[in-house]
Design a protein around this ligand. Structure first.
Ligand SMILES: [Zn+2]
Length: 336
C-alpha cells in the first residue's frame, strides 16, 4: 500500500471547489509515455496550472501500472525542478470498470479514480460506485462517477450511441454513492471521430464538418439540481484541423475527423464543469509531428529526432488549452 501523499500528489477536492468558484476548469490529460508526460508537466508547471494526469486501463496495460506510478512521482519532482515549488498534480484512473481495478489503483498511489458504471442498469451503477467510494474515501482518494453514455471509441470504452444524462437522476445518484464528481453526457464523445457526417452540417467554404452543439440545456438542469457540485466532461478534444491536415498531407488517412469546438468548451469551463478530459488532441499532435518529421527527413532513425518535435507540439497544444480554453493558468493555491 502506497499513499499518494507520500508521492507528492493531491486529490481533486480542493482544486475542483476553487475551479467552480473561479469559473475555470482543470485539464485532465491522458498519458502513457514519457514524452506526453514531459509535455504535460512542462506546460502545467510553466503556466502554474493544477493538472490531472489520467491513466486509462489501456494505458496501464501499455506502460505497466507500477512504472506509471513512478512516472507520476517523477512528474512531481520534475515540476519542482522547473520552478513550480507547490505543484498540484493528480494521478487519476480514467474509466475504471471494476471495484478491483479501482482498489488496485488506490493501493498503488493514485489520488483519484473514476468508476464508470454508466453502461450498467442504474441500481447496479449506484451499488458499484458506492462500493468504490467507501473504499477510496478511507484513504482520502477522490472518486468520479458517471451517469449517461458517451458515444465514440476510447481504448476499451466504446458505444455506438450516446444517451444524455437524465437530470432527474443526479441528486439520487450523488447522494446514494457519495461521489466527489460526476461525469455527464451532453453530446461530447470519445475519439477523433466524435460525430458522423450525417450528424453535422458542412461549412460551404471549407468543406469541413460542423458538429452539432452540446446540450447546454441539460447541463443547466443538472447544475440546478446540484448547485456547486463538480461536473466532468469526457471526450472533449477539439480535433484541431491543422493537425489533421498535417497528418493527411504526410501519408495519413483521417477523413472527416471532427471534435468539440473550443468555443463550447470555453463556455462549459465557466460553469460547474471543473474537469475537462483531453486525449485525442495529444495523439493527433504527436502523430502530426512524427509524420511530418519522418516525411521531411526519411533518413532519420533516431527516435529522439521525431519524438522531440512531437513532444514540443504537444506542449504547445497543452499550453493553448490551459490558457485559451480552460483558463486554469496561474490557479495554483500557492503561486510562489
Ligand atoms: Zn472518457
Amino acid at each position: 500500500m502506497v499513499s499518494y501523499k507520500e508521492l507528492g500528489l493531491v486529490n481533486t477536492r480542493d482544486m475542483f471547489s476553487r475551479a467552480i468558484n473561479g469559473g475555470y476548469a482543470i485539464p485532465a490529460f491522458n498519458f502513457n509515455n514519457m514524452e506526453q508526460l514531459q509535455a504535460i508537466i512542462k506546460a502545467s508547471s510553466d503556466l502554474k496550472s493544477p493538472v490531472i494526469l489520467q491513466v486509462s486501463k489501456g494505458a496501464r496495460n501499455y506502460a505497466n501500472p507500477t512504472l506509471l506510478r513512478y512516472m507520476a512521482q517523477g512528474a512531481v519532482a520534475y515540476a519542482k525542478e522547473l520552478g513550480c515549488k507547490h505543484p498540484e498534480i493528480v494521478l487519476h484512473l480514467d474509466h475504471g470498470d471494476s471495484f478491483e481495478l479501482c482498489k488496485n489503483c488506490v493501493d498503488l498511489g493514485f489520488s483519484s479514480v473514476m468508476i464508470d458504471g454508466s453502461s450498467l442498469p442504474y441500481d447496479e451503477n449506484v451499488a458499484l460506485t458506492k462500493k468504490v467510494v467507501e473504499y477510496a474515501h478511507q484513504f482520502d482518494v477522490t472518486v468520479e462517477g458517471e451517469l449517461g453514455v458517451l458515444a465514440g471509441v476510447e481504448d476499451e470504452v466504446a458505444s455506438e450511441v450516446s444517451h444524455y444524462t437524465k437530470p432527474e437522476e443526479v441528486i439520487d445518484f450523488t447522494t446514494k454513492t457519495g461521489v466527489d464528481s460526476l461525469a455527464i453526457s451532453i453530446g461530447t464523445s470519445h475519439g477523433a471521430y466524435k460525430f458522423k457526417p450525417e450528424q453535422c452540417t458542412r461549412d460551404p467554404k471549407t468543406g469541413r464538418l460542423v458538429p452539432p452543439p452540446l446540450a447546454f440545456d441539460v447541463l443547466d438542469e443538472i447544475m440546478k439540481k446540484l448547485p456547486g457540485f463538480p461536473i466532468v466532461l469526457h471526450g472533449s478534444s477539439s480535433v484541431p484541423q491543422e493537425y489533421v491536415d498535417i497528418i493527411n498531407a504526410n501519408g495519413g488517412k483521417l477523413p472527416d475527423a471532427v471534435g468539440i469546438p473550443e468555443e463550447q468548451l470555453r463556455k462549459a469551463s465557466k460553469s460547474a464543469v471543473c474537469k475537462i478530459n483531453i486525449d485525442s488532441d495529444s495523439r493527433l499532435a504527436f502523430t502530426a509531428a512524427v509524420r511530418k518529421t519522418l516525411a521531411e527527413k526519411p533518413a532519420e532513425f533516431d527516435p529522439r529526432k521525431y519524438c522531440g518535435p512531437a513532444r514540443d507540439l504537444m506542449e504547445v497544444m497543452y499550453k493553448h488549452k490551459i490558457i485559451d480554453v480552460l483558463g486554469s493558468d496561474n490557479k495554483l493555491a500557492q503561486l510562489d
